[in-house]
Design a protein around this ligand. Sequence first.
Ligand code: NAG
Ligand code: NAG
Ligand code: NAG
Ligand code: NAG
Ligand code: NAG
Ligand code: NAG
Ligand code: NAG
Ligand code: NAG
Ligand code: NAG
Ligand code: NAG
Length: 531
Amino acid sequence: MKDIFKIILILIVCRKLALCNGAGKSYYTAGVVEFLPTIAGMSSADIVNEHLEAYVRIIKSAEANDTDIIVFPEGTLNNALQTTYVPAAHEKVVPCLNVTGMVYADFLMQLSCAARTARKYLVINLTEKENCTAVAQDTRSCAANGLNVYNTNVVFDREGCVISRYRKVHIYVEQKNTTLEPEYGIFETDFGVRFGHFICFDILFYTPAEELVVRYGIKDIIFTSMFYSELPFLTAVQLQQSWAWGNDVNVLAAGASLPVAGVTGTGIYAGVQGDLVSVMVGGVGIRKLYVSQVPIISNKTLTNDYEYKQKTETSMPIVASDELTLLKDPQIENFTSLLLDFTTQQNITQTLCNNDFCCRFDIATQSIDTPAETVYYKYRIGAFKGQRTYQKNEWSDIQICALYACKNESVASCAEIFNSTAVVKPNIAFKSLQIVGDFMKADKLLIMPNTLDGSLLSLSAETLGWHVIDQREHYTAHMNLTRPYCDSLLTFGIYANYYDRSATTRTASYSNTTPTVLLCTLALVLLVWRF
Ligand SMILES: *[C@@H]1O[C@H](CO)[C@@H](O)[C@H](O)[C@H]1NC(C)=O
Ligand SMILES: *[C@@H]1O[C@H](CO)[C@@H](O)[C@H](O)[C@H]1NC(C)=O
Ligand SMILES: *[C@@H]1O[C@H](CO)[C@@H](O)[C@H](O)[C@H]1NC(C)=O
Ligand SMILES: *[C@@H]1O[C@H](CO)[C@@H](O)[C@H](O)[C@H]1NC(C)=O
Ligand SMILES: *[C@@H]1O[C@H](CO)[C@@H](O)[C@H](O)[C@H]1NC(C)=O
Ligand SMILES: *[C@@H]1O[C@H](CO)[C@@H](O)[C@H](O)[C@H]1NC(C)=O
Ligand SMILES: *[C@@H]1O[C@H](CO)[C@@H](O)[C@H](O)[C@H]1NC(C)=O
Ligand SMILES: *[C@@H]1O[C@H](CO)[C@@H](O)[C@H](O)[C@H]1NC(C)=O
Ligand SMILES: *[C@@H]1O[C@H](CO)[C@@H](O)[C@H](O)[C@H]1NC(C)=O
Ligand SMILES: *[C@@H]1O[C@H](CO)[C@@H](O)[C@H](O)[C@H]1NC(C)=O
């Protein structure tokens, strides 16, 4: 008897030790930073120094103490006038120790040192330069100054060694170069997790983002961004959570913070368990680290003995259009849609088709008395099958079944939110809400649940029922509410990205058109920096 107790005791102690000592841990601790860049008032060199100091302060802060890895967002460190060389991972360079040659910019060395001192993995995004002569096999013409300039993610390990370098594939309106072949940013850590990383606009494409998951089996994705949110389906946190859920992978997303320009959105997501922390920031923007324990997913099975922090924090929620500039889906008026009129019927069952693609909606509501002087959203249900572009000559084939909010009865008012002069109170509660869609199988397809509440965050995982059934020729996706929903709801739908299915049939026709939608760009920052 006594022996059994002893064994149990030993087991408990071993387990505790294992948890503390890394190897057997079922979670790691991650930090993601929402970072407000300085965009004016100093020389470009001073701006880099100011950013560097703020980065180092965050890395050394008490809040960062427990983190294994910290991710900084895109475009918030250096700029086109302050580039640096970056060593390749196989060179195993620790810039912190490499003082003699002085090839690397001072800020790269300093961050290497910060990672080394704090003993943390560090992911940063920067503007990289490379001598054209370094890529002999590239026959494309080199710029006059002999340099390639890339938008690059750099990963340091706990020694400050550069262990991964990823150069953005889907460059936006940035004046950057791309590599001859797309690169895949993948690295291993001492806590047993293999990460893949990519940048902003990449998330909407198959190569390399989706490939990291489907081809390389990566379960932990790092996403650095400066993302311009678009209603009703592609606001930043909404897309991050949606992508993490649809792929059932962890996503660590760090967003630049420039709300007046439409840029914010940071979070940590655990696949179908939803967000562990997520923020959309309004007003002037912030510099803040968000920390969460993240469950380690091994071989598609989620370990269940982690103790991650749920929703540690939400900062000031955005409720109004004047706190964050928002783009609007250019295709929203081309949806087959139906305005829901809850005054005549509380329950609505309806099938809508767009081209040959159909969605079934099953909705039960209950009216809520709204105080005078308040406004409420109207709702439409809609189906869409078609192509969309994101300004450049890059397209996605999209299929959507969704309920979405509109300011009034007209289609033109959908994908807009009220401004802060209005007090918004929902006039209906959704007692139940179910959407079902059939999606033809394809080689490159990601089907995601897509939700947005009145604070521009996604619905919590407990609220959402999601089930994809593999039929012979197609998938049937079911999405529902698991409980009645009484708060403000902006979007509830199924979003399928067939990626570039029809890309080849459509090449140059778009190239002369004026840009209308800019989802990821440094245009604003560069504009201000050019002085
Ligand atoms: C960081 O954590 C260590 C042990 O985990 C502790 O000894 C130290 O006091 C902490 N430092 C701060 C600044 O919280
Ligand atoms: C990464 O950061 C650098 C420096 O701020 C910037 O030039 C580059 O454009 C950033 N990446 C993206 C996609 O903006
Ligand atoms: C790039 O070329 C310049 C001039 O030839 C040289 O000084 C520099 O060290 C090279 N940089 C790297 C990283 O090879
Ligand atoms: C890199 O970009 C510059 C400026 O856009 C361009 O002139 C140059 O040809 C590009 N280099 C390569 C290798 O594509
Ligand atoms: C994951 O799967 C691989 C190959 O299928 C196997 O070698 C490995 O031991 C598995 N790891 C865990 C933690 O189960
Ligand atoms: C909406 O559909 C019409 C008719 O097919 C088309 O002319 C228009 O370009 C579409 N709108 C967008 C933004 O693609
Ligand atoms: C609406 O649906 C709810 C829940 O499905 C049901 O309880 C209720 O009786 C229905 N109301 C009407 C008027 O059909
Ligand atoms: C509905 O909203 C649209 C877009 O916000 C606006 O242009 C239009 O005037 C509004 N219509 C009514 C009837 O209020
Ligand atoms: C807010 O919206 C109302 C109604 O659409 C409009 O009259 C008012 O000018 C707007 N106020 C601000 C500050 O944008
Ligand atoms: C939601 O759908 C699932 C199937 O995907 C079903 O098991 C569940 O009962 C549904 N929940 C509600 C509240 O309708």
